[in-house]
Design a binder for this molecule. Structure first.
Ligand code: GAR
Length: 201
């Protein structure tokens, strides 16, 4: 059984999608710990409701980045996780952290990477006037929102879309893509060759 640690910073709807899949017995792994770097993140309550252990590690508690990441690693290792999912985790991880869990960290991002990295990607897409946007899952490397892409879902941008309406339409697609990607990982169907992810079907 693949043990999963989920890192969050906010409302946690992607975490909820994983919890819902787990409750429907459709998740091929098990969420064993949720870590939030924000003490008021809505996702904390979602994890608690599901009976999943939650840890809160804030910048205030560990002002030095390397100490913060060491604590993260400690908790994730204690929980014996095989996979880490960044579900709206809005903090850059150190090289040390990435090395500790090399090829075992999946992120979900609301754009067709490598376009519109960083924050408010849906708003960036509107500003740039793109006609097609979407969402991506990828393995995490030391560059933000970079790394081998696992799955993508494209979606047309409508003439009167705003960042907000695009974000709302993308969100359920993100949820599906994330659950699917996590399941592919848990089933051992993902391998990385350079920048490419090969999916064994
Ligand atoms: C999601 O849209 C996720 O793709 C995005 O943050 C949101 C979190 O929502 N992540 C990034 O932009 C990562 N660079 P959630 O807390 O409801 O899952």
């Amino acid at each position: 059984m693949t043990l999963i640690g989920v890192l969050i910073s906010g409302r946690g709807t992607n975490l909820q999608a994983l919890i819902d899949a787990q409750n429907r017995q459709e998740l091929r792994g098990k969420i064993v710990v949720v870590i939030s770097n924000k003490s008021k993140a809505l996702g904390i309550e979602r994890a608690r409701k599901a009976g999943i252990p939650v840890e809160i590690i804030t910048k205030k508690m560990y002002p030095v980045r390397s100490d913060f990441d060491k604590q993260l690693v400690k908790i994730l290792k204690q929980a014996r996780v095989d996979l880490i999912v960044l579900a709206g985790f809005m903090r850059i991880l150190t090289q040390y952290f990435i090395n500790e869990f090399h090829s075992k960290i999946i992120n979900v991002h609301p754009s067709l990477l490598p376009a519109f990295k960083g924050v408010r990607s849906q708003w960036q897409a509107i500003e740039h006037g793109v006609k097609v946007s979407g969402c991506s899952t990828h393995f995490v490397t030391d560059n933000m929102d970079d790394g081998p892409i696992i799955l993508q879902k494209a979606m047309p941008v409508l003439p009167d879309d705003t960042g907000q309406t695009l974000a709302e339409r993308l969100l359920p697609e993100e949820h599906r893509l994330l659950v699917k990607s996590v399941n592919l990982f848990c089933e051992g169907k993902l391998s990385i060759e350079g920048k490419r992810v090969i999916i064994k079907e």
